[in-house]
Write a protein that binds this ligand. Sequence first.
Ligand code: EPZ
Length: 426
Amino acid sequence: MDKIILEGGVPLNGTVAVSGSKNAALPLMAASLITPGRHVLHNVPDLRDTRTMLKVLETLGTRWSREGGTVYLDTSELTGAEAPYELVKTMRASVLVLGPLLARVGLARVSLPGGCAIGARPINYHVRGFEQLGVKTVLEKGYVEASAQGRLQGNVVYFDNPTVTGTENLLMASVTASGTTVIKNAAREPEVGNLIDMLVSMGAEIEGRDSDRLTVHGVERLAEAEATIIPDRIEAGTYLIAAAAAGGEVTVQGCIPDHLPSLVEKLRGTGIQIKEHDTSFTVTSPGWTEGSRNLRSVDIRTMPYPGFPTDLQAQFMALMTTAEGVSVIHETIFENRFMHVAELQRMGADIKIDGCTAIVTGKKRGELCGAPVMATDLRASASLVIAGLAAEGITEISRIYHLERGYENMAEKMRKLGARIKVVRE
Ligand code: EPZ
């Protein structure tokens, strides 16, 4: 089982380049199914999850190739409309082929993703939205079978909660529907905006980008796509938090500062310095010096964009284990996104959980110690790396395939910043 070994107590210094966004690459790759033809996507990160999406597209008949960050997708031939359980169980975002397949052939059979470490992760909002567009759905044997007689019919779709992939699926299903579709309580994440830009460049007519109300005027067909994946704001935020925890001066380059309004506010609240530039941040942190603690505790509540991202909650919690005072962390998006707490406690962190609230009491330097820990999900893995950077001594993180789902070459990027970190392949 591959693992990461790192020695804490070393500050980070230098520049780290942000890769393309995993959560933008996945819907944009799926969108290539809408139109038969050749599509080009630039700045696609090479991750476990993007490789899984390529496998899903391949099972549907897509031929692809990669040159550096550019992926070429030929979806001229569709040989099937089924995303099998073997693939969907490894990556829930495979459900993103539902919308494109319904738009393309009016048919899709996709395994229900099942739960994952952070929650039940149902897709009822997606299914109900498709039904509003005239799609018949049957849930049986762990699969959702969706079918439509001819073109989908535009309609009003309302989501009880903003759902990111639900919004993306309904956008992709409705762009070639007959008539107009209005998506109410839509997700406003930047990754949704990246998808809208790609669909519009293909000829779709979509109003309301970045708002919670999207209006889609159906068109007959879309053209082939050439699009660029936006920088990964969660990866950028992870490195900002890592620099805050380890101390030092780090420039996080090739990101979009506007995509992290809440995190920057919260990090400034801890007392560290963050300078924003057009496409980068420079963070300067005293880290965790002997005796005193230079970081103040800050409370967070995860919310849909532009609120504090749930995908940065575990990482920020690791930082708060080293801060002065008590931090109250509310996780409002997922029902079980505290899997990292038990592992942080094994390193000496003082964290109490009450439902979806965690109370973190910061420790003195030397009280948070490296230990063998286990990654349970993607962002929990990043949280353990951050805690390991700040802790005294050696931390060994097992099951790092979770980390490799969403972070391109994290160990190498951290090592270039001065971290004493290596991957041990077993
Ligand atoms: C996307 O997941 C992201 N994944 C997640 O990132 C992210 O945590 C999440 O949005 C929230 O920002 C991708 O974009 C590929 P939701 P998604 O639908 O779309 C409930 C990572 O670490 N819900 O916005 O699956 C759901 O259970 C991953 O990169 C329903 O009840 O999340 C959750 O409580 C993890 N029924 C809430 O809504 C539905 O049909 C928000 O989920 C859909 C969602």
